[in-house]
Unconditional design. Structure first.
Lengths: 183, 183
DNA sequence: CCCCTGACTATGAGAAACCATAGTCAGAAC
DNA sequence: GTTCTGACTATGGTTTCTCATAGTCAGGGG
């Protein structure tokens, strides 16, 4: 089964380990957390709303205006993100105004910070005009932000030192075989 | 339903600096690099194809099977990603087979590594079953990978120390005013 | 030469995302 | 009460994304 390929020079990718080495032995759905993430924030509108929340926008009217999305889309997205626990509604009241809600990121939502930074960084890479656009920086030292990948041991991990494997190998193997037998 | 008193200062977000402090003074389009990134990889299919490329898939047939996408979508996505400089076509030939092309990430494409890690990490946060799914780890020490945000000075930057500002403030201000005058 | 295989393409149809417009509805102001 | 404002909702249409099916096309094998 393992047929060796003509090595396409140095193409570094993420190394597959363990039972996941045979990637085709695993169904396409439900085994990668990236899919799960895309289910929640995989649309353009979700990302734009989240961006504005990170930029400090909190109110419905702000969010529609600053994302350029239509009201219906923003309302629907906020409802979905609220249901997914990414944004939280907070009542507020300004003098002489009625009580309203504003939207802020939950802890879950703030967990998207590295995603935002990574996307912005990639946007830099594929941008053609270095003079335009906004830039994320460290509040104090003003140096630009960049995403880094580290492991639990504290090592900086470049792409060619990364690997991917199944989490609880016995557990998921049993799950897979059971669902196969059912067919 | 049980908490009153909204204190807006407890909500940490990215601080806006300089001319961007008045965020409404800037058009919604063209000033954020995240948008640019989303133009290239903002669809589900693009992300899934890129994931499989990172996981070591290189061939058309592999990519369709492992993403679960239809052939037409994968072909179209590969064409677009090729046009955007994210994937590269490499000819190869197996014994007794005709010459074919395989697809590998370019440097630009590999720049998406932090995005992949960040999305996978977020997928973890919003996942409910810690025993299933795949896990990104350091190839040697097997410790799980996580994205970190650092500034150019090497400081670790949490969300509440991040800021956003315009890149070349004079330049983009001039651009904006000119395009406004044209209207 | 014809056949076969695997990488693509073409087409049509359905779903999802999105927009623009026109509403509804709660509550503070009057 | 009546008005008004701003947060939403409802409707319909357009675009984009995606799938399923059925092709085409190149080239190696016979």
């Amino acid at each position: 089964m393992d047929h060796e390929r003509p090595d396409p020079t140095t193409t570094d990718v993420i190394e597959r380990q363990g039972a996941f080495e045979d990637r085709d032995a695993w169904p396409v759905k439900g085994y990668c957390r990236i899919e799960r993430a895309l289910d929640l924030v995989g649309t353009r509108s979700a990302m734009l709303v989240i961006r504005e929340l990170f930029y400090g926008g909190t109110r419905y009217e702000e969010l529609t205006r600053r994302t350029g999305l239509s009201e219906a889309v923003v309302a629907g997205r906020l409802k979905q993100l609220h249901g997914d626990g990414i944004v939280e509604r907070r009542p507020y009241q300004e003098a002489g105004q009625r009580r309203r809600d504003e939207y802020v990121l939950t802890d879950r939502g703030r967990a998207l910070f590295p995603v935002i930074v990574a996307l912005a960084e990639f946007g830099d890479v594929v941008s053609d005009d270095p003079r335009t656009g906004v830039q994320l920086v460290h509040r104090n030292c003003e140096a630009p932000l960049a995403p880094h990948v580290r492991c639990g041991e504290g090592h900086e991990v470049p792409l060619d030192q990364a690997a991917v494997r199944l989490r609880d190998e016995e557990h998921v193997t049993a799950l897979r075989d059971r669902s196969r037998a059912q067919r």
